[in-house]
Design a protein around this ligand. Structure first.
Ligand SMILES: [Zn+2]
Length: 126
């Protein structure tokens, strides 16, 4: 069973970013490393030319540097519903999809992590 580990400050920073962008969506990529069954998130990357609109935040993956340390992406759901859409699962980047749900306050309750099949992945903060 896969598990994701975040730095608390990193999640708090992302929630702050999502709150500032509201009602638009944000999209950032996650860098990290795999250690056994854990994926440890170390930093975020703002993708080039990301478009924050009222719909799905999108970017062109071909513009990214070839960087094998990208383990997934985070985006926000201004609707507050923390479930991945079909589009999220199809166009996700890397093995994990993190969704931040409005009101972007609580680093546990307003965050959900999924794999590419849409299964919930447990996470912890440190
Ligand atoms: Zn989504």
């Amino acid at each position: 069973m896969m598990r994701v580990v975040f730095k608390r400050e990193l999640i708090e920073g992302l929630l702050e970013y999502a709150k500032e962008a509201h009602p638009n969506e944000i999209l950032v990529l996650l860098r990290g490393k795999k250690k056994g069954t854990e994926i440890i998130i170390e930093s975020v990357v703002i993708p080039p030319f990301s478009i924050g609109g009222e719909g799905f935040a999108s970017f062109n993956p071909y513009l990214l540097p070839a960087d094998m340390s990208i383990v997934g992406s985070v985006h926000s759901h201004p609707s507050g519903v923390k479930r991945p859409s079909t589009q999220d699962l199809l166009y996700g980047f890397g093995p994990i999809i993190v969704i931040l749900g409005y009101p972007y306050r609580d680093p546990i309750a307003d965050v959900a992590v999924f794999d590419r099949e849409g299964n919930i992945v447990p996470f912890k903060l440190f």
